[in-house]
Structure formats: structure tokens, C-alpha cells
Design a protein around this ligand. Structure first.
Ligand SMILES: Cc1cc2nc3c(=O)[nH]c(=O)nc-3n(C[C@H](O)[C@H](O)[C@H](O)COP(=O)(O)OP(=O)(O)OC[C@H]3O[C@@H](n4cnc5c(N)ncnc54)[C@H](O)[C@@H]3O)c2cc1C
Length: 554
């Protein structure tokens, strides 16, 4: 999207003061969340001279990288394609230590950004927003925190994150366990000592794979409870050499230009060939090459038909299954690790570093809970239909109520008390994923129905777009914005058109809105725009260039 970057504008600052005086708001805008989205939105709106309040539930900033401190947490994005791109100075000053950054380094990076741009003074930490109510008469949002504090502003911007509402498994006796227990997204700040401990972990998604491969060497014994195995491909992470560092810093314009060309904003571009149209040898050679290369190339840089054609997908799945059989010695275990209910790449692909080899260790055991379901959690551990397990530590790697979950956890009410949670029960209704139908003056960064991939690239574009809309409103002294119903209908159709034919839409996962641990989340919904970031950007740019005709202003 086009950047609307402006310097400090005294006229806009004056408008801000006048607006405040007439409607007695506490701020010009409230931003919820201080992750990558909230931090960048703060930077951009501050340039307009706006008075801002940022509320963050955590005790510090960083979002995902503040909360997810479990051992082994790291990017699947190339680090140098993930960082903010808006400041040339920042790009030259910061050095990523590894091609795929570990969580402590990413958190250090976000703190470096916060210090460089002096962000902390605008952010109120330990402040979970409980409710947000819009007053039709004054066009003000009133945000109420869990501690009862209130704040009013004409604009509310959500930077809640797609994966910030963790979910625990619905297992009887869950809270009765007397040892240490953790959800991976609520990991303690002090290190957990695994030495010699009996550890049980529930879940085998992207997070679980990272933690399992990391702690397996330290624990006394590890039991992995698996319901759905996931396809996983090698990450091939390594340190960035000083020579590479120089090259990366010199090449940032090319790196970000490349990300702008791809549907997912990663550096990996879909191959134009089709798996079904090349010879078996060519196919195999390409897959071997991708398997040996770092990052998501094997997922989003694969043959054009792998994620859309069942036959092509079955061939790719067969290739990946062979790899698992080669790497896991016990073939009965290998068979359990091979997904049977979804094809390769149809769920978010975990990247791994020695995950499969973990199952060759004598101190690691895989328990398939489809064969022997978990009956309950006991004070000592876990009881399945077949046996009882005793643990010192229990890890819940049971993921998130994705995309809409963080919205559902706030009582958001539009005009007439209309509840966002109720409105979105069947499916979210948005325009560009930036505004929800019927909720004026609420702008969403990375809300449902935006393009997502290498996420900071999407975030920067949406924040710039939102900033452009705010500039438009302030220039024309507009107090209220909401999408026209026609525009919402049109976007709903575009969202459904874009997802049609993608194999992932036929599979249960957080990306299709399924979470068996959340009541009512058993019906698939389309939670993103899957027509690609290039097309999303084109449409959003057209809307801005056309003077935002898809919105009603007052
Ligand atoms: C383990 C893990 C690995 C990931 N790896 C990658 C990767 O490799 N590449 C990639 O592109 N993406 C990855 N992601 C996605 C990641 O979430 C995004 O890259 C990015 O961090 C999102 O930033 P955000 O600011 O939008 O959301 P978040 O980082 O989730 O920040 C949202 C913030 O809002 C706060 N918040 C939420 N609700 C409230 C409330 N009611 N009141 C106050 N504050 C609230 C939260 O506390 C949080 O700090 C990963 C996610 C996870 C969980």
C-alpha cells in the first residue's frame, strides 16, 4: 500500500486539540495492544501530533515475543525479512544474530525499537481491556480496563494479534495437577528446570514441535500426547556471518521489494510449474532441493498446484511421508507421525530442527490419543484409557483461539449496544478486514479478512493505510467513519471467492476457525483474505486513491 508518511503537521495538531475540547475525550485515539502492530501504529499516529493512549495486557511490549517465551521459540520467517522496514536507520543499526531469530533476540529487537523511538511513555502496561463501548451521540469509544479505569477517544485501533488468546484443553481435572504446569504462550519469565524431570506435553503443532525438539535433550523423560500429527519440514537455521550481515544491510530495498511481489510477503515465490505437468524426476529433484533449503520455500514456494490440486498435494504428501519414514527408526512411530487427515501444507506448516529424530531417543515416547484417549488429568499426571502417567511438569501446547478470539474476549459494543462477538458468531463481517460492519470508528490492524503471511509486512501496510484514513478524516474534519453495507457485502464475496479451491479451506485448523477447546468453534469460517497480499494491496490502494468512497463519513 502507498505510504502516507508525513512529518509533524501543526494544522493537524491544532485540529486534535479542538476536537478534544468539544467532545471531552481523554485522547485522540486509543490503541489496544503493544505488539508489532500497536507499536508501529503508535509511531505513525504520533507523527500526526495526536494524543494517544496505548493499553497493553502484558507487563511489557513485544506481543507474541513477550508472551511466548517457551524454550525453542523462534521465527519461521527469515529474520531480515521480518523486522520493520519503515526506518532505514533502524535497518542499519540492528543486527539479527541468526537467519531465523530466537524469541529472546526478537524481544530484544522490539525493545530496541521502543527505546529508539521512545514508545514506552505512551503505553500503559498491565492493562487488559475488558470492554469497549461506542456512544452514538458523541461518537466516542469508552474503553474500560480490568482494573476499572476508563479512557475515552473518538478512534479505537485494535492491534490484538491473530494469536494472542491462548486456549487450554477441555480435559476433566485439568486444574488438579499438583506439579508445575504451563501453557506455552504464558511461559514464566524465569527459566524452567527440566533436568531429570518427567515431562508430559499435550499438543503437536508448530509451537509443540519447537519445544519438544529443544527440551528432549534435557528432560529425564518426555511423553508427547498427540491427537493430530502435522507435516513439518526442516528449518535449516544458522548464524548470520559478518559477511552476510554486510550483504543483508546493503540489500534491504531488494529484500522488501521481493516480499512485496509475493502473495505471502515471504521471500519465497510460488513456482509457476505444476507438479502434475513435470516428470517424476523433475518433481522429486525440486522437492529434494526445497527440503534442503531454509524456511518456508517448501510451503509457499512449491509447485503452483500443490495447495490447490488434490492429486498434486497427495504426491507432495507422499514425498514428505517418505522423509519421516527415513528419519524415524521405529516405523510404527513413524506411521503415527504421518498425518492422515490432511494433506501437506493445508495447515500452517511447522518448521523443525531435528524434531523427528527426537523420537529415536530412548527417553521420548509418543502417545496417540486417538488410540488411547486422555480420560482426565490427575494430581499426579495424566490418565488415558490404557494407563496412568506420572509427571513433574505438564505443558499445554494447545494453541490459540485464532484471529477472532482476542476480539471475543473484549465486550465490544457498537451503536445500540450491538455486540461484536454476537455479530461475528457465524462469521466476521468486515471491509478489507480493517473495519467491522456496524462498528464506527473502530479500526483493526490485522483483523479478520486481511491478507496474512510474513506478518510484519502485512502490518506495516495496514497501519500505513489506517494512518492514511485518519489523515483523510482529520483534514476534512470528519468525526465518524464506517463501511457502507454494499462495500461489506462486496468484500465478503471477494473473501469467499479467494478461498474457493484452496485445499486448506477443507481442513480443520485455527486458520479455518476450528478450536475444539472453545465452545461454538466447531464450524469452519474464512478468517483471512487468501487472494494474496499483492491483490489485497491493489484493492486497498484503490480505495484510498478513490477518496474512500466505500465508507460513510459524518
Ligand atoms: C509462537 C509463534 C510464532 C510465530 N512465528 C511467526 C513467524 O515466524 N512469522 C510471522 O510472520 N508470524 C509469526 N507469528 C505470528 C505473530 O503473532 C506475528 O508475527 C506478530 O507478532 C503479530 O503482531 P501483533 O502486534 O499484531 O500481535 P501480537 O504480537 O499478538 O500482540 C498483540 C498484543 O495485544 C495485547 N492484547 C490482546 N488483547 C488485549 C486486551 N484485551 N487488552 C490489552 N491488550 C491486549 C496482547 O497482550 C499482545 O501483547 C508467530 C506467532 C506465534 C504465537
Amino acid at each position: 500500500m502507498k505510504s502516507h508518511k508525513v512529518g509533524f503537521d501543526p494544522m493537524l495538531a491544532k485540529a486534535s486539540v479542538q476536537q478534544n475540547a468539544s467532545i471531552s475525550a481523554d485522547a485522540d485515539a486509543i490503541i489496544i495492544g503493544a505488539g508489532i502492530s500497536g507499536m508501529y501504529q503508535l509511531i505513525r499516529l504520533r507523527e500526526l501530533g495526536m494524543k494517544l493512549r496505548v493499553f497493553e495486557a502484558g507487563s511489557d511490549l513485544g506481543g507474541t515475543w513477550y508472551w511466548n517465551r517457551y524454550p525453542g521459540a523462534r521465527f519461521d520467517s527469515e529474520s531480515w525479512s521480518y523486522g520493520y522496514s519503515f526506518s532505514k536507520e533502524l535497518l542499519q543499526e540492528w543486527e539479527w544474530p541468526e537467519h531465523f531469530s530466537a524469541q529472546p533476540d526478537t524481544l530484544r529487537y522490539l525493545n530496541f525499537v521502543a527505546d529508539k523511538f521512545d514508545l514506552r511513555k505512551h503505553i500503559t502496561f498491565n492493562s487488559r481491556v475488558k470492554s469497549a463501548h461506542f456512544d452514538d451521540a458523541t461518537n466516542l469509544w469508552t474503553v474500560t480496563l480490568e482494573n476499572g479505569e476508563k479512557c475515552r477517544a473518538p478512534l479505537m485501533i485494535t492491534g490484538l494479534g491473530p494469536l494472542s488468546a491462548p486456549t487450554l484443553p477441555n480435559i476433566p481435572g485439568r486444574d488438579s495437577f499438583t506439579g508445575q504446569s504451563f501453557h506455552t504462550a504464558r511461559w514464566p519469565h524465569d527459566p524452567v528446570d527440566f533436568k531429570g524431570k518427567r515431562v508430559g506435553i499435550i499438543g503437536t503443532g508448530a509451537t509443540a514441535i519447537q519445544i519438544i525438539q529443544t527440551i528432549a535433550k534435557d528432560v529425564g523423560h518426555l511423553t508427547v500426547f498427540q491427537r493430530t500429527p502435522n507435516w513439518a519440514a526442516p528449518l535449516h537455521n544458522r548464524k548470520i556471518t559478518p559477511e552476510e550481515q554486510v550483504k543483508i544491510k546493503a540489500n534491504y530495498p531488494e529484500i522488501f521489494a521481493r516480499c512485496r511481489e509475493t502473495a505471502t510477503c515471504f521471500i519465497h515465490q510460488t513456482d509457476q510449474r505444476k507438479a502434475l505437468e513435470v516428470s517424476a524426476e523433475e518433481r522429486e529433484a525440486f522437492w529434494e532441493k526445497l527440503y534442503a533449503e531454509p524456511g518456508f520455500g517448501i510451503w509457499v514456494g512449491n509447485f503452483a498446484d500443490v495447495l490447490t490440486n488434490k492429486e498434486a498435494n497427495a504426491l507432495a504428501s507422499d514425498f514428505m511421508a517418505r522423509k519421516i519414514r527415513e528419519r524415524v527408526k521405529d516405523q510404527a512411530v513413524a506411521e503415527k507421525l504421518i498425518p492422515k487427515n490432511h494433506g501437506f501444507g493445508t495447515r500452517r506448516l511447522p518448521l523443525e530442527s531435528g524434531y523427528y529424530e527426537v523420537y529415536n531417543q530412548p527417553n521420548v515416547r509418543l502417545v496417540d490419543i486417538n488410540d488411547t484417549p486422555i480420560e482426565c488429568i490427575t494430581p499426579e499426571g495424566i490418565k488415558t484409557s490404557a494407563e496412568e502417567f506420572g509427571f513433574d511438569i505438564l505443558i499445554f501446547s494447545t494453541g490459540f483461539d485464532g484471529v477472532t478470539g482476542p476480539y471475543d474476549r473484549i465486550d465490544i459494543r457498537g451503536p445500540g449496544g450491538r455486540s461484536l462477538k454476537q455479530e461475528w458468531i457465524a462469521t466476521p463481517r468486515t471491509f478489507l478486514g480493517v473495519m467491522a460492519e456496524g462498528f464506527p470508528n473502530m479500526l483493526m490492524v490485522l483483523g479478520p479478512h486481511t491478507a496474512r503471511g510474513n506478518i510484519p509486512r502485512n502490518i506495516e501496510e495496514i497501519v500505513d493505510w489506517v494512518t492514511g484514513l485518519v489523515i483523510h478524516m482529520r483534514k476534512h474534519n470528519l468525526k465518524r467513519v464506517e463501511p457502507k453495507p454494499d462495500a461489506v457485502h462486496w468484500w465478503a464475496d471477494k473473501v469467499e471467492e479467494a478461498v474457493a479451491g484452496l485445499l486448506f479451506a477443507e481442513v480443520n485448523s485455527w486458520q479455518t476457525g476450528i478450536n475444539r477447546n472453545v465452545e461454538g468453534r466447531d464450524i469452519r469460517r474464512t478468517l483471512g483474505y487468501y487472494g494474496g497480499a499483492v491483490e489485497y494491496r491493489r484493492i486497498a490502494d484503490d480505495v484510498a486513491a478513490g477518496g474512500y468512497r466505500e465508507f460513510d463519513f459524518a
